[in-house]
Design a protein around this ligand. Structure first.
Ligand code: GLN
Length: 234
């Protein structure tokens, strides 16, 4: 039996708008294929061992301060995990901390762990609403979610966006990009939860973690959920 290990980083602090749904989706999609997915919750003070997949959710600035501090202790380890092509998915606040830093409205910069060549600065407008993007990474080539952030994220160097915004604001509301990818590290502003309604992206992450395409599943309901949100503004 195939086995994968997933680390859920700081679920007690970063978990809003149903981010836990991403973990449930990964777990179920593995289980339905006879793959065992071991999920380890990593909380403040815990050590982090090697995992195939790392997940970090979103949260408020307050929680991000604590996680930012804690993550500094694990920065070089997590960078080495990235460089051996482990899979990472960060949503919103977690995405911001996977870059170099997040500068909130007030107070000090919150340092990230530079898994992505990206930085975030708080804007004076809050982006709230549905998002549809077009991506070259998966088929169907649309991804859908719900964003709620004031941070504006800018990508640099070899870090590429996940896709182009069709509906919503994405990274910064200016350059039409959404999300980020470098090696197998992915960040996105799409909550919602993200993976239940983008099953093709969940399988893409599993493919990267397994090193081979997982067998197809009967996804009628998941695909309907996806289709119901494509192009939907409100
Ligand atoms: N504090 C961040 C922002 O508003 C993250 C918000 C979130 O994770 N939903 O930009």
């Amino acid at each position: 039996m195939k086995k994968l290990k997933l680390a859920h980083l700081y679920p007690k602090l970063l978990n809003i708008y149903g981010d836990i749904g991403n973990i449930i989706t990964m777990k179920k999609r593995c289980e339905w294929r006879g793959i065992e997915l071991e999920v380890n919750e990593i909380n403040i003070g815990d050590t982090i061992g090697g995992h195939d997949i790392y997940f970090i959710g979103g949260g408020q600035d307050r929680e991000q301060i604590e996680v930012s501090k804690e993550l500094q202790k694990h920065k070089s380890f997590l960078q080495s995990e990235r460089d051996r092509m482990a899979v990472f998915l960060g949503i919103c606040g977690g995405y911001q901390l996977m870059g170099h830093y997040y500068q909130p409205h007030k107070g000090d910069k919150l340092l990230g762990i530079s898994l992505l060549d990206a930085y975030t600065v708080a804007g004076n407008k809050r982006f709230i609403g549905n998002v549809t993007i077009k991506t070259g990474l998966v088929e169907p080539d649309t991804l859908v979610g719900f964003e709620n952030h004031s941070g504006l994220t800018y990508l640099e160097g070899s870090t590429e966006p996940i896709g182009k915004v069709i509906i919503g604001n994405g990274n910064n509301g200016q350059d039409n990009t959404e999300g980020a990818r470098y090696k197998n590290v992915f960040g996105t502003y799409m909550h919602g939860s993200f993976l239940p309604k983008n099953p093709q992206f969940a399988d893409y992450l599993l493919e990267l973690a397994l090193g081979s395409k997982p067998e197809p599943l009967e996804d009628t309901i998941e695909n309907l959920a996806h289709a119901s949100l494509v192009g939907k503004k409100y």
